[in-house]
Ligand binder design. Sequence first.
Ligand code: TYC
Length: 112
Amino acid sequence: MSRQDKNPADGTPNSGVVTKSRAKTKKPAMYKVLMLNDDYTPMEFVVHVLERFFAKSHEDAVRIMLHVHHRGVGVCGVFTYEIAETKVNQVMDLARQHQHPLQCTIEKDGTE
Ligand code: TYC
């Protein structure tokens, strides 16, 4: 029996079973970017925001905008915190530039 076949701690023989140990990687916490309805922001502007900052197709953007319009709130996407925060800032900055009251917030994603 060679040296490698013994447990270095106490010198007892190893089982010979090869086990793989992998460093534990944790998935990052994810955050939903939520869009809120209001009475003044034009529908086309919301669709544009969804296409530009959330890479939605025109059809998806219209669907999400109408969901928010009818239900009051909707999910634009799910991201790590830093990205979610950046998206919210981009949306709010553009809305402010156009003097629309559009509001966007972050909510921690429960699934994970
Ligand atoms: N309710 C707005 C309107 O009738 C449209 C709208 C949709 C505004 C979604 C905000 O997040 C929003 N012009």
